[in-house]
Design a protein around this ligand. Structure first.
Ligand SMILES: NC(=O)c1ccc[n+]([C@@H]2O[C@H](COP(=O)([O-])OP(=O)(O)OC[C@H]3O[C@@H](n4cnc5c(N)ncnc54)[C@H](O)[C@@H]3O)[C@@H](O)[C@H]2O)c1
Length: 266
């Protein structure tokens, strides 16, 4: 079933910080499998190129574009490239996001600014430049990748991460309200504890978990989740495809939690 046949999707942060299936990479591939032509935008040429190559290897259309999602000029260039390659933009997927350790007392000011620039300003910039083109094209769907940490304290002091994602949720709602009459839907996706390369790096860098102790740490995480297992990048990707497809044509401004029930008990 190709629910996105004929559509063009721009994925911001379409690569992966390490080998394996990241959220952005899986979403880009899943959009393509459902029929969309996909523009893979990433700050890393290698990461963007790898995702675009994977998509083409499956017989679908994709191009890679390199740029910084926190810079307006780079984002505008990506939208222009999307229009000149495929003539339109129907789907925007804002996946870029970083985690930095620190509560308000410990976190250096420049790290606060860096996290907000990458996690929140990138989302504002992409919507700012994409929405006028979507309006010209008759509508569109935007998926903003947030996190359950936007609605819960998860036990680690990531003040800038939690709050930048909480702001993203509300930016999603107000933008959805403003542009609904233009048939532009804007939704947030809130993943929980997901088994991705980024989560492995974060466990090692922020929590001092050794590489050979990841399986044990993942077991402990799984025990916290009512369903008893961690999700992966495909769980997020498939939720994003649903929200981008016409199956979700009357859904806008929601924060869709994808967490195996974790927020139900915490
Ligand atoms: N456990 C999880 O994996 C988890 C849980 C909840 C939420 N999330 C959210 O998922 C998103 C990321 O997931 P992922 O698995 O794709 O992570 P990832 O870090 O593997 O991939 C993100 C990609 O974004 C790119 N990127 C980073 N900064 C950029 C910038 N300024 N401009 C352009 N590209 C940039 C990186 O190069 C990388 O390829 C984040 O928004 C994160 O908050 C992840």
């Amino acid at each position: 079933m190709q629910r996105l046949h004929g559509k063009t999707a721009l994925v911001i942060g379409a690569g992966s910080v390490a080998a394996g299936w990241s959220n952005g990479k899986a979403a880009a591939v899943q959009y393509a499998r459902e029929g969309a032509r996909v523009i893979c935008f990433d700050i890393s040429a290698e990461a963007a190129g790898e995702t675009a190559r994977l998509i083409r290897a499956e017989g679908f259309e994709s191009i890679a574009i390199v740029g910084d999602a926190a810079k307006g000029e780079d984002v505008r260039r990506a939208i222009d490239a999307c229009l000149s390659a495929y003539g339109r933009i129907d789907i925007l997927h804002n996946n870029v996001g970083i985690v930095v350790n620190g509560g308000v007392v410990d976190l250096p000011e420049e790290e606060w600014d860096r996290v907000f620039n990458i996690n929140l300003k990138s989302c504002y910039l992409a919507m700012k430049h994409a929405i006028p083109k979507m309006i010209e094209g008759g509508g569109g769907a935007i998926g903003n990748v947030s996190s359950i940490s936007s609605i819960r304290f998860l036990g680690t002091p990531y003040a800038s991460y939690y709050t930048s994602k909480a702001a993203m949720n509300h930016l999603t709602r107000v933008t959805a309200a403003e542009f609904a009459r233009h048939q532009i839907r804007v939704n947030a996706i809130l993943p929980g504890l997901m088994d991705t390369p980024m989560a492995v790096l974060s466990a090692m860098n922020n929590h001092g978990v050794e590489a050979d102790a990841i399986a044990e740490a993942w077991q402990r995480k799984s025990e916290r989740i009512p369903m008893g297992w961690m999700g992966d990048a495909w769980d997020l990707a498939k939720a994003a495809v649903f929200l981008a497809s016409d199956d979700a044509r009357f859904i806008t401004g929601v924060s869709l939690v994808v967490d195996g029930g974790l927020t139900l008990r915490s």
